[in-house]
Design a protein around this ligand. Sequence first.
Ligand code: MN
Length: 489
Amino acid sequence: MDSNPSTLRQTAPAATGETHPAADVQHGPDGGAALYRARRERVLAALRAQGGGVALVPTAPEALRNRDADYPYRHDSYFYYLTGFTEPEALLVLDANAGENQPAAVLFCRAKNVERETWEGFRYGPDGAREAFGFDAAFPFDELDTRIPQLIANRPALHYALAGSERFDAQVKRWIDAVRAQGRSGVTAPAAAYDLLPLLDDMRVIKDAHELDTMRRAGKISALAHVRAMQTCRPGMREYEIEAELLYTFRKHGAQTPAYGSIVAAGANACVLHYPAGNAVAREGDLILIDAACELNGYASDITRTFPAGGRFTSAQRELYDIVLAAQQAAIDATRAGVNFEAPHEAAVRVLAQGLLDTGIVDRQRFASVDDVIAERAYARFYMHRTGHWLGMDVHDAGDYRERGAAKSAENPDAPPPWRTLRAGMTLTIEPGLYIRAAEDVPERYWDIGIRIEDDAIVTETGCELITRDVPVAADAIEALMQNAQGRA
Ligand SMILES: [Mn+2]
């Protein structure tokens, strides 16, 4: 990459007027400004109902990778949810006590700078951002320390990600100190601070139509990538070669980045839950577990498929695969509005536990029934994770998994609150698995087989919509796809 923007001063001719090196990013937020304005209005209304105050929502800091190279920039999800704004060095202020002629939604962002834009690309600048994103006012980011104390003076409370980052907590302290320093002139500092995130989490956990549309598109791209991985896979390929096919497909179809580190695990590596794509060779007879998916316009997808490197499952692999697939179907059937978050997990565990008994992986002499396997958690050695998580802007998305504010049990006040009730518009993954490591007490034919099957679901009133099924999931369909691609149909 280029070294130092300051050399531009000596070599480049003086720029005249504004430059727009990235014309396609100048049309405001994805989905339109009204979408984000409505979300900000909801937050302001909620804060007014809580007695007012000022909310502060910064975007993510840039992160140094090494020397003067940064990691690719990723905005903060909460900030993006309320703004649609993706530039670094930005902060949103929402003033629930703003009067008639005072701005309630204020953005701080990087100032226009023709020279920096020549190196780094287009910036909206405060005026452009205010107009394109629909804020009431906008100011340069380097005026934060002078303007925030004015904005929070005489306000009853602050609302922000309380104790979320040392850096931001310290910044807030400086701003409060600056207001207190003016105490003699009759200005009062906020007397209370509240965590803003529970309110935003409750908004984020139910997706709106624009979010669902984006997530469906992300799911389609990720499914295409898995299809391509199955089609191009041959025994002898290395894990990273298969990863390359995934990354190529994400980008080819316009996704900006993988949503998380890609897992491509051949053979026994599939029993390592967070194994990153490495150098191992996928051999004839191996299964390959791929857990990889893209992020599109700020929204994640999350797919896992497990398939045979050579295009045909062995009989032992097929037995376990069909158990995991049946467990996933049971969890899918248990996913709908009105049931609790734990219901799909319980449904999957029951099928997996039965399968572990049937195959003798769990000792039938020791456990008489599937209820015993579940009660004693004998399955947990082979299925050690949960069946799903919220999915959205973050791959493990925001939102409580239990009912907040539920009444405590009188007999057992330390008992956790009940699991959250699923509602239409919630989005979650459904991803059971089995991981059978080599061990004396386990039938040898199942050794080193790791299988996970994961799809993304939108909860509806009557069931759920799977948005990642453009890649086959049934064993026969996977074999047919691979045989066809390998010219052995
Ligand atoms: Mn997942």
